[in-house]
Design a protein around this ligand. Sequence first.
Ligand code: FES
Length: 113
Amino acid sequence: MTKITVLPHPTLCPQGLTFEAEAGESICNALLYHDVFIEHACEQSCACTTCHVVVRKGFNSLEEATEDEEDLLDKAWGLEPQSRLSCQALVADEELVVEIPKYTINHAREENH
Ligand code: FES
């Protein structure tokens, strides 16, 4: 099992959370399983950006993103060098610290209107 720490997010996880996940499970599923209801608008098929997370620790333990994932990430709100689509990033054997960005691209649009 691999330890995952979720940094506090104002609505999804106000207190932050630490839990253990199986290696090979997607970060998205691990979050959902622990009641952190991150958006996953395309049902985890690598076709949106709503499941975007920033991996603050353990980023290099994850398998590299595919080109499709990288292309989508380019459109994500708040992109950072350690950004991943959580439905595509599989937990490995190194502890992870994950930050859920404040907005998804949908929310960012709503804020502007
Ligand atoms: S849920 Fe759409 S890319 Fe992850």
